[in-house]
Ligand binder design. Sequence first.
Ligand SMILES: Cc1ncc(COP(=O)(O)O)c(C=O)c1O
Length: 283
Amino acid sequence: MPEIAYVNGQFLPLDRAVIHVEDRGFQFADSVYEVIRTYGGRPFAMDEHLARLFRSLEAIELKPAFTADAMKAIVVEGIQRAGFAESVAYLQVTRGRASRHRGFPADTNPTVVLTVRELVGPATGAEEAGISVITLPDNRWGRCDIKSVALLPNVLAYAAARKAGAHDAIFVEADGSVTEATAGNVFIFTAGTLRTPPKGPKILPGVTREKILQAARESGIACREEAITKAELLDAEEIFISSTTNETLPVVSVDGKRIGSAKPGEVTKQVREAFLRAFVRKK
Ligand SMILES: Cc1ncc(COP(=O)(O)O)c(C=O)c1O
């Protein structure tokens, strides 16, 4: 059964999966999510994704009626039922259905949704050629560490980037510090060091970000988690964006300015290799 969904206890074909119009995820974005991919058909870094899901749930004061192990079993079953060579599982938990009022409902019955689709990597050629990005003011809320479904600023920033002829956008705070891309963490390589903005409320603590730092450090690349200014971004020798589905996506142009030789950099390639060697190929 391809393209499968799970809604509140039941597996069904994706195009038959529905939730109620008064679901708080739909009405208030009162909801958090995770995206988990497979390598060799097996879910990758599931424990890390579920730990982040439970942190997000705690941060929005949503007590789940399930354990991480129960969630894990649902994701594994969904992936098995879908049967793709490689899958991407989207897991979303909302504060459930209640008549529309901003107050938390007295009896919360969370909605749990899973969809499983075939994994689609970066657009053809993006990995080999690199992508162009524009910078945009970070107009998101102050808790970007919560993986909330309230992604309208990300949607609009991505649309603005496409309209400007770029592939994506990188957010920059009013003080000039780089936060992250619309769906990924930002890394730059400058003066012998790989740098990425530190964890905190301004960015999502990416599972891939963490794995990349570990793999890069283990392979002898100096890494620092510290603030990056827009000026440093524009002057970087190399830039890449990390995420579950794109792994490492090289950036070769920012606001129309060429980065390095306008080709994916050598360190970016080394880091990608180190990541794949450490976490993917050994499996
Ligand atoms: C805003 C944002 N930052 C970072 C990431 C990267 O997170 P991960 O590596 O866990 O996929 C994502 C993933 O979609 C994201 O949406």
